[in-house]
Design a protein around this ligand. Structure first.
Ligand code: UT7
Length: 335
């Protein structure tokens, strides 16, 4: 415990990042062999060329554990040096126990507690916020936030409106106490449950427990009202970013990089245009991975970091939208 409050508020910083995607590649050409679709339609409407699909038997916890293993390797952390693990996912290995417990076991993280967080594509963003509070409070030294989704486990292979969009993957970030002036500076999150039916999986929960009827009605697959979510995505990502810019006395031109949720290149282009940002300052990994839900932000961040596209001191804005409908943004001074 601190004797007196610090002169500047304690903050958390992302001190390492990692990602993992399965080896198997599913191309637009592969999909057009079994669905009434084409590479041309998929690429021009979404910006996606291919996505990764888990191997038979591969699960969300296995992908998440691999991402955390890589993260710990990068930072040289031992199994007793992680205090908590937060897993953002909508495709847990099972409803319970939480994926966080399965990852803790696979990596024998001897001191870590943890839990899963359900906020769909905004999950990693929300996980960063929760994890950052644990670190900033001084009660936790190292918190690992994982975004992992095996979307192929809940995608209807016969539904061309969703089957072409999603892929599998995982990413992880390590949160530790930030150096003064660096780290996670601010966040703005919102949920609008009135849009709950625009993106959802109808059955498998307490509303519609699994039955022969729910399986026959294909209710254990993701359903999406694409146009409604598209509109919500552009409006709310732009608005969340603007709230943070205004509150922190910044202009969009002060941002070195915006790292948005990866669902559709047209959403990213419209967001960049409304913010008045050149496309080079908006991270995109859509073409290679599609929409990996909770994994998209750490996958994109890992790509940006590995390619040296952000440097110490840069202002980086994360923003996301997802089922819920959830939305938000987080402002970081990169350490
Ligand atoms: O991660 C969470 C957030 N999710 C999102 O942000 C997703 C947001 N939504 C989107 O990205 C887009 O709405 C989609 C990519 C899902 C769909 O693109 P769209 O431009 O909104 O297409 P649409 O739904 O308006 O459909 C246009 C046409 C329809 O045919 P008709 O009714 O005009 O004859 C669809 O049946 O395209 C048809 N279509 C397809 N055609 C070929 C829908 N999917 C396909 C397909 N291949 N895969």
């Amino acid at each position: 415990m601190l004797d007196q409050p610090p002169a500047t508020p304690a903050r958390a910083a992302i001190t390492a990042v990692s990602s993992y995607v399965p080896e198997r590649v599913l191309t637009n050409a592969d999909l057009s062999q079994r669905l009434d679709t084409s590479d041309e339609w998929i690429f021009t409407r979404t910006g996606i060329r291919e996505r990764r699909i888990g191997a038979p038997g591969e699960t969300t916890s296995m992908m998440g554990a691999e991402a955390v293993r890589r993260l710990m390797g990068r930072r040289g952390l031992g199994a007793d040096e992680v205090d908590a693990i937060i897993v953002a996912t909508v495709t847990p290995d099972m409803l319970f126990p939480a994926t966080a417990c399965l990852i803790q076991d696979q990596l024998t993280l001897s001191r870590a507690w943890g839990f899963d967080l359900s906020a769909a594509c905004s999950g990693f963003l929300y996980g960063l916020t929760v994890g950052a509070q644990l670190v900033a409070s001084g009660s936790h030294e190292r918190v690992v936030v994982v975004g992992a989704d095996l979307m192929s486990s809940i995608i209807d292979p016969l539904d061309r409106t969703t089957a072409v969009l999603f892929g599998d993957g995982a990413g992880a970030a390590l949160l530790e106490r930030a150096e003064s002036g660096y780290g996670i500076l601010d966040f703005h999150h919102r949920v609008d449950g009135s849009g709950r039916n625009d993106l959802m999986m109808p059955a498998g929960g307490s509303l519609l427990p699994p039955s022969m009827a729910t399986v026959a009605a294909r209710q254990h697959f993701l359903k999406q009202n694409g146009r409604a979510v598209f509109k919500f995505a552009v409006t709310n990502m732009v608005e969340s970013v603007q709230v943070l810019l205004e509150r922190n006395g910044l202009a969009a031109s002060d941002l070195a990089m915006v790292i948005p949720h990866q669902a559709n290149q047209r959403i990213l282009d419209a967001t960049a245009q409304r913010l008045g940002l050149p496309c080079e300052r908006v991270a995109t990994v859509l073409a290679a991975y599609g929409n990996t839900t909770g994994a998209t932000l750490p996958l994109a961040l890992d790509d940006v970091v590995r390619n040296g596209r952000i440097a110490r001191g840069d202002l980086v804005m994360f923003t996301a939208v997802g089922a819920g409908l959830t939305s938000g943004a987080t402002l970081v001074r990169w350490q």
